[in-house]
Design a protein. Sequence first.
Length: 367
Amino acid sequence: MYKFDKRIVITLDAGGTNFVFGAMQSNDYIVDPITMPSNAQDLDLCLSTMVSGFEQIISKLDQKPVAISFAFPGPADYPHGIIGGYLPNFPSFRNGVALGPFLEEKFGIPVYINNDGDLFAFGEALGGILPEINSRLAEMGSTKTYSNLLGYTFGTGFGIGMVIDNHLNRGNNSCVETFCLRHKKYSEVFVEEGVAIRAIKRVYAEKSGDINHTFEPKDICDIAEGKLEGNREAAIAAFEEFGTVAGDAIATAVTLTDSLVVIGGGLTGAKKYFMPSLLAQLRGVLHSVSGEEIPRMPLKAFDLDDEEEFVQFAHGAARPIKVYGTDRTVIYDPLKSTGVAISKLGASKAISIGAYSFALSMLDKNV
């Protein structure tokens, strides 16, 4: 949407260890990033580092930026730019910091802060997977276009962002979340315990009996591939359970929002091991009390990274039907469908595009 926009927005990748400052124009980075320690344990030092980093980026630009926009870990009151609450990586922010208003006072331009899952989904919706899918559908003669997207990040946690009708849905309290849904296997456990890096490591330990292992998910994926010594069956089972638990939660969200799904994050490299069980949940069945079987979702789910499945997704069950009392025909596709794809942008780039797009959309709304 903003691929050819010449306005510049300053961005920040806010990690608990380092801050990475940058600037975007036309959905792309335009200066070399600046990395500085975040000093997250000391509020004064952290804020002065943030100001210094933004100042250094601005000094590299040949025109004034129109906004600062970035993702920051929650909990937070994002619409008002206030960060506070339980923040393991930013302990100095726990009592509440009006970060947005502080930066607006310093730089005299609007500041927009959001959850990283929200910006991931928004970036994919406006500059990533969603326009790509709609373009391909048009090229293949499909009558369908999609404007709802759920963005999930698979990594240290189970993050989500929700775009409805091409607009970011932040909810009433900036609290659109997925981590606290029920775990499919353990009903009293929250789902993120089964859809995170720690879950892969824990299930591998349980299945292999090697409770003292030091493997990371990349290692466990290499074991599954036969590239590293270890218990291959346990490695495959760890990713399979991960996909099952994630798929159950995603099926609930897709049913409620009628959305496509894009997945990013560090664990997507193991797609071949978790995607089959994830899709199996989306394609599963439920039963009535009398035993009648119905689909788990009222939508047919496709793997959009599989070319054969994408063709089926594009063509659906379309057929011409006559307009009663005339010779005219219209195309009718009774198949209701959704699909899952892995991010091609990568989570970091999608989040930056999301931050850039969000700032410009807010500025345009206020014109």
